[in-house]
Design a binder for this molecule. Structure first.
Ligand SMILES: Cc1ncc(C[n+]2csc(CCOP(=O)(O)OP(=O)(O)O)c2C)c(N)n1
Ligand code: SF4
Length: 278
């Protein structure tokens, strides 16, 4: 009888949900693999991880990976994730979202989670576009790029999420790309041991919607562009990191320091309140 070999990461997949909905060549699979490898190498128990997402192609990730999870309203993954974390501080709560989900409709939650140093890992897949809904302009779309709703280019300059999260108070802030899966995996591992808010942006290819309309004729072509534009910068400030489609999108870990997390701050308030006489 022919024997079939299981993929080493198969135990982390909801195989009954396959085939997945992502297009051939989409970068989201690389992010999933880097994440699962990080969990596997750290030997984190499967029932100690919770995956939360909003809506979008990226938002489908928790449906395919075998952890407890929640697939919630577009833009609202962070508050749901924070609620889970506060109720069960022993769990590692991870948010997956697209640039639309997290930096547009959910941008307010992103900013305040960073400000609070909320005990979450947020992985934002930035494909420069709204993928699931057919390729609309996003806050991250480069000025030089075209989308189906901005055929003459976006009306304003793009948002650099690394700067936003850093300025708001994020204590672990990184940006990688699908061209550096091993560095991404190692960064995810460091985020797992960080107490407080960890934000990792991943520059990723959407060959179908962002690629085609911007004249990238194949996944290979857009992947090569992402590889070329992503420049690793070690030890630079997030405010010196570049987000420029024509010259450089800086990659690296820009912020990593310890500060009381949101959970720590709430505990302190509860302790103070206990000491106050009624
Ligand atoms: C409240 C609400 N507004 C709008 C939508 C439509 N919608 C679904 S996904 C999405 C954006 C998807 O883009 P992104 O978050 O960047 O993820 P991607 O699909 O590119 O991974 C939008 C606008 C929705 N589902 N709910
Ligand atoms: S539309 Fe783009 S982001 Fe969505 S699955 Fe296809 S390639 Fe990936």
């Amino acid at each position: 009888m022919e024997e079939t070999l299981a993929h080493p990461l198969e135990k982390y997949l909801r195989t009954e949900k396959l085939p997945h909905m992502w297009c051939p060549g989409c970068g989201i699979g690389t992010v999933v693999q880097a994440f699962l490898r990080a969990v596997d190498e750290l030997k984190i128990e499967q029932d100690k991880v919770v995956a939360v997402s909003g809506i979008g192609c990226t938002g489908r990730i928790p449906q395919y990976i075998k952890f407890d999870g929640a697939h919630v309203l577009h833009g609202r993954a962070i508050p749901v994730a924070l609620g889970i974390k506060l109720a069960r501080p022993d769990l590692k709560v991870v948010v997956f979202g697209g640039d639309g989900d997290l930096a547009s409709i959910g941008g307010n939650h992103l900013m305040h989670a960073a400000r609070r140093n909320a005990d979450l890992i947020v992985i934002m897949v930035n494909n420069f576009i709204y993928g699931l809904t057919g390729g609309q302009v996003a806050p991250t779309t480069p000025k030089e790029a075209t989308t189906y709703t901005s055929p003459y280019g976006p009306d304003s300059k793009p948002l650099d999420a690394v700067k936003l999260v850093s300025a708001a108070g994020g204590t672990f802030v990184a940006r990688w790309s699908t061209a550096y899966p091993v560095l991404l995996k190692e960064s995810i591992k460091r985020a797992f041991s960080h107490r407080g808010f960890s934000f990792i942006e991943v520059i990723s290819q959407c060959p179908e919607l962002f690629g085609r309309i911007n004249n990238f004729k194949s996944t290979y072509e857009i992947y090569q562009k992402i590889k070329k534009v992503g420049t690793i910068r070690r030890g630079i400030s997030p405010y010196d990191a570049k987000y420029d489609w024509n010259s450089e999108i800086s990659l690296g870990e820009f912020v990593n320091f310890e500060a009381p997390s949101y959970y720590d701050q709430l505990r302190e308030i509860i302790e103070k309140a206990k000491g106050v006489k009624e």
